[in-house]
Design a protein around this ligand. Structure first.
Ligand SMILES: Nc1ncnc2c1ncn2[C@@H]1O[C@H](COP(=O)(O)OP(=O)(O)OP(=O)(O)O)[C@@H](O)[C@H]1O
Length: 374
């Protein structure tokens, strides 16, 4: 690319050196500002290197603060050890005990369990037998475990993992649970029978400061953009906008979109306007992520709510039932899930002459939801 920032981009030129670094699944080489968290996690996992069961761990922190990345980094390092198996399960995708164990099976055997379907007991048995035969330690990361709670599957899943050695002698499994739902008291919400065997090490990932965000994004921008595409002043604005939610994904998405905006103007540099207009979309990365995992009925309920924003639960149900034919109990479960995800607010309000009733309102701009539901 030409060095003259004033010169226009020609059609075959780009501001990007490597656009891939702005993608969601990119694992950065540099991972700063998380030294103490990585140390704590290493401490908990170290017994596995000696062939013992690692300490169970609970990682908590708001979205986009590096929890998944920290685990992936350490799993990458441990992957070289012959007697350790590591599997990360995304509970937004695998949100039942059976689905979690199918994923573990796949991680250990390198192929999927039979599609004809085998019982949970059999699946569990084959998995533990293999671990004992190979004398392997298994470390399981249940990422976004909050989704197991929303589906009422968390206690069974954790119970099976934590008590595996009671039914299958010699099996060594350590569990890392990761939650970004700070309103969820994980320990309090699991059954007492599971609580008694779950005393995890706790590691907290706080939000990054604006300066930390700036330095992380500078590193990413240097890899992703050609030289001088984004100045420190513009990057500071990106860092400030990112700090509004604290989710680093917003900043990374913002850099990419701002780069695309600059390209659209055939410009070699990103301006404040490129950033501000990109932010209108990037600020919703969390919403997009939450919507992606919704079932058909949950989507149907959201669509109904878009036309009934702020109405009483009973009135919303009538419209929902007309579309889906589902019963009130199922409807209430769906309302709870959307509430827990922070997409809607379902709080009790006094209704004149009728006591207390739930009022359902959207937590996001209806158009932003609609745009992302397709
Ligand atoms: N210290 C860091 N250095 C470089 N990149 C980082 C750092 N922390 C986070 N990131 C980047 O920010 C994005 C979000 O990080 P990550 O997925 O690890 O967050 P999380 O806390 O697991 O989020 P969630 O709870 O929503 O799943 C990723 O693209 C990751 O590469």
């Amino acid at each position: 690319m030409s060095d003259d920032p004033e010169e226009m981009l020609s059609w075959d030129e780009t501001v990007f050196r490597d656009e891939h670094v702005f993608e969601i699944d990119y694992l950065p080489d540099a991972f700063h500002h998380r030294t103490s968290q990585l140390e704590s996690l290493k401490y908990a996992l170290r017994p596995a290197v000696r062939g013992s069961r690692p300490l169970n761990t609970m990682i908590q922190g708001p979205p986009g603060t590096g929890k998944t990345t920290a685990v992936q980094k350490l799993f990458g390092e441990l992957g070289g050890q012959s007697d350790i198996q590591t599997v990360r399960v995304n509970c937004q995708v695998d949100s039942t005990r059976y689905a979690v164990f199918s994923r573990l099976f796949q991680g250990i055997f390198d192929y999927e369990p039979p599609s004809s379907g085998i019982s949970f007991k059999k699946l569990f048995g084959q998995l533990t037998e293999r671990l004992v035969d190979d004398e392997d330690v298994l470390i399981v990361a249940l990422d976004d475990i909050n989704y197991l709670f929303y589906e009422n599957e968390a206690s069974d899943t954790l119970g099976s993992l934590l008590r595996a050695h009671e039914t299958h002698s010699g099996v060594k499994i350590g569990v890392i649970i990761i939650s970004s739902d700070l309103s969820l008291d994980v320990i309090d919400e699991i059954d007492t029978r599971v609580q008694s065997v779950f005393r995890p090490e706790e590691i907290f990932f706080p939000r990054y400061s604006v300066d930390e965000i700036h330095s992380i994004l500078r590193e990413r921008a240097d890899r992703g953009f050609h030289q001088d595409v984004i100045s420190d002043t513009e990057l500071q604005r990106v860092a400030e906008l990112t700090a509004e939610s604290g989710d680093l994904r917003v900043g990374i998405d913002l850099l990419r979109r701002a780069g695309l905006n600059a390209e659209m103007r055939a410009s070699r540099t990103i301006t404040g306007d490129d950033i501000e207009s990109a932010y209108e979309k990037s600020k919703h990365v969390h919403l997009s992520r939450s919507l992606r995992g919704l079932s058909e009925s949950e989507r149907a309920l959201l669509e109904v709510l878009i036309d009934h924003d702020g109405k009483q639960a009973g009135a919303v149900y009538e419209a929902f039932e007309a579309v889906t034919g589902l019963g009130y109990t199922r409807y209430s479960e769906l309302v709870n899930k959307l509430d827990q995800l922070g997409i809607i607010d379902a709080s009790y309000a006094d209704v004149e002459g009728r006591g207390r009733s739930r009022e359902l309102s959207l937590e996001y701009d209806p158009q932003a939801i609609l745009d992302r539901l397709d």
